[in-house]
Design a protein around this ligand. Structure first.
Ligand code: UT7
Length: 331
């Protein structure tokens, strides 16, 4: 095989210090630890409390963590992609600011918005640039300050989401490691079920939109749950079949952390045992674009060179998909 593959060669992360526990949520809305734990698997999440700090604050720190671990000179980075559903602001690119702040002086940068699938789609974008031979170092960051669009009086959403950021570096690989296959999907008829209504071009901000609390993310949880379960499982099964992977060939399932029950259903459909399922939802909740890189960060030491990883995600839009990647290094 002569064609270059695109491999992940380093991982970094940043998590805010403040821990919002289920117990604390019990004092804020009508909920309880038992309900949250059994329905979602979440025990606590991190919240960025720092005044004036947006998603870029966490993205920069995740990138700096990666660069330090990898001893990477930021001037060598060709492209910085920030996958996010909560950019610092809508018009000025968050990624451009992040690139400048980390010293990626030779890079261009842009944001990639696809709700909870932003990072998964970003993996495809990053890998394509590398595979084409056009660029050699692509930094992909998943960062979300979900607390900036969450209504902490709405018990159906505030228990789920948390803040965080993770970063990975994509580089060419000569041994066939890295991204092997992808199956990415979207369906715009799903946008009614998970959205933040105001602040975009359909419904610009006004006194009324603020009064109506339309600048918060809302979801029809049951409908999203149903679509997430069937679609995440479908694409994961499909990518295994297409690559002739049995459950024994799969070393790790790396699933978006939205709800433990969705993750369990996906693993069951793949025939993959719980020991192969990466999970940290208990500690961080749903960090949207940051869930996948945070899993890689937390479990980096257990993942070995040559391991077969199946990534899967589902999110607003709807957007979803699965990626098959061979891990390229031992840490
Ligand atoms: O990452 C983006 C994609 N998002 C997702 O994948 C999220 C998918 N959806 C879900 O994870 C689940 O639907 C939720 C966790 C959001 C909700 O779980 P559910 O099992 O679907 O609960 P439900 O909405 O059907 O509500 C069941 C009951 C209701 O009470 P009644 O009507 O049966 O009396 C709710 O009012 O639980 C009630 N409830 C709560 N009770 C305590 C809803 N939220 C809470 C809460 N605490 N926080």
């Amino acid at each position: 095989m002569n064609q270059k593959t695109a491999a992940i060669t380093a991982v970094g992360a940043y998590l805010p210090e403040f821990v919002l526990t289920n117990k604390l949520l019990e004092t804020m809305v009508d909920t309880n630890d038992e309900w949250i734990t059994t329905r979602t698997g979440i025990k606590e999440r991190r919240i960025l409390k720092k005044e004036g700090a947006g998603s870029s604050y966490m993205a920069i720190r995740a990138a700096q963590d990666l660069m330090k671990k990898k001893d990477l000179d930021p001037a060598e980075i060709d492209l910085v992609l920030v996958a996010t559903a909560t950019p610092d602001m809508l018009v000025a690119s968050t990624a451009a600011y992040v690139a400048s702040e980390i010293g990626a002086v030779n890079a261009f940068a842009y944001d990639l918005l696809a709700a909870c699938s932003s990072f998964l789609y970003g993996m495809s974008t990053a890998a394509s640039y590398i595979e084409s031979g056009r660029y050699k170092k692509v930094l992909l960051i998943g960062a979300d300050k979900m607390s900036s669009i969450i209504d902490y009086t709405d018990r159906t959403t505030c228990i789920i989401f948390g803040d965080g950021a993770g970063a990975v570096l994509f580089e060419p690989n000569e041994e066939g490691m890295g991204l092997q296959d992808e199956y990415l999907r979207s369906d715009g008829s799903g946008r009614e079920f998970l959205k933040m209504e105001a602040g975009g071009s359909i419904l610009p901000a006004s006194h009324e939109t603020v009064d109506n609390k339309q600048h918060f993310a809302r979801q029809d949880g049951k409908t999203v749950f149903k679509f997430a379960v069937s679609n995440m499982a479908d694409v994961s099964a499909k990518i295994m079949e297409r690559n002739k992977l049995s459950h024994e060939d799969v070393n790790w399932l790396v699933p978006h952390q939205a709800n433990k029950r969705i993750i369990d259903a996906t693993a069951n459909r793949m025939g993959v045992g719980p020991e192969k399922v990466l999970m940290n939802i208990e500690h961080y909740g749903n960090t949207t674009s940051a869930t996948l890189p945070l899993l890689l960060y937390d479990f980096e030491k257990q993942i070995k060179k040559g391991d077969n990883l199946i990534f899967a995600a589902f999110g607003g839009g709807f957007t979803w998909g699965s990626i098959y990647l061979k891990w390229a290094y031992n840490s």
